[in-house]
Ligand binder design. Structure first.
Ligand SMILES: NC(=O)c1ccc[n+]([C@@H]2O[C@H](COP(=O)([O-])OP(=O)(O)OC[C@H]3O[C@@H](n4cnc5c(N)ncnc54)[C@H](OP(=O)(O)O)[C@@H]3O)[C@@H](O)[C@H]2O)c1
Length: 199
């Protein structure tokens, strides 16, 4: 399979690339690194990427930024960051990938445990991850040509614990290699419109 991973150079993405690369042609896309670059907050950039890549069998998005702050202190710009990146960035990647995907292909997006388990300063992440999950459930009904769409919703990763594990008291971190298996399930499986919780 020709599999495009947007966010391939990150913590989750690099683990997914590692899990796929022996058996598939993996196209690693980052923002500043990788085989190809895209800015998922820009529709023009996404359009250019799709033109460059040609047709493929699967898209996995392991990218999307969100701001963390309290509801009282979160600025409009901080709210907008998550909307432009993690929400509309992923939605626009889906919109443009729909034409580029081969019949019976798949799309796998990323949300996060905060969608169902809010944390302090996670009001934007909770809102946006929840929206990503709901988008996937609804979009699954409109996918053409046998294309499937799912979402992976992981808890905090072991590899990220040192950076922001303190924000997740009592959450048990999982290794990126375990999270990568959920993307494999989505890409190689038969499920559609599913949210794969990994915790
Ligand atoms: N890490 C966790 O514990 C965890 C848990 C649950 C959910 N998540 C979610 O999983 C996703 C990935 O997390 P991560 O920890 O793997 O992130 P990460 O290590 O920070 O990696 C981010 C990836 O996204 C790319 N990227 C950054 N800005 C971009 C843009 N504007 N357009 C396209 N690509 C862009 C980066 O490319 P460059 O390397 O080229 O900059 C990199 O490949 C995020 O949405 C995060 O909320 C993470």
């Amino acid at each position: 399979m020709k599999i495009v991973v947007v966010g391939a150079t990150g913590t989750i993405g690099s683990s997914l690339v590692y899990a796929l690369q022996n058996d598939h042609e993996v196209i690693a896309v980052g923002n500043s690194r990788g085989d190809y670059q895209v800015d998922m907050t820009s529709e023009d950039s996404i359009r250019e990427l799709m033109k460059t890549l040609g047709r493929f069998d699967a898209l996995a998005v392991t990218a999307g930024n969100i701001s963390f702050n309290s509801l009282k202190e979160m600025t409009s710009a901080e709210w907008q960051k998550g909307i432009d990146s993690k929400l509309m960035g992923q939605i626009n990647l889906v919109r443009y990938a729909m034409d580029a995907l081969n019949d019976n292909g798949s799309i796998t997006l990323t949300s996060g445990i905060i969608a169902r388990e809010p944390i302090a300063k996670g009001v934007s992440a909770c809102t946006i991850n929840g929206a990503v999950n709901h988008f996937v459930k609804a979009a699954a009904f409109e996918m053409p040509r046998g294309i499937r769409i799912n979402c992976v919703s992981p808890t905090v990763l072991e590899e990220s614990s040192a950076s922001y594990g303190d924000f997740f008291p009592g959450f048990i971190p999982v290794p990126a290699s375990t999270v990568a298996q959920a993307y494999k399930k989505s890409i190689m499986g038969i499920q559609n419109g599913r949210i794969f919780e990994v915790e």
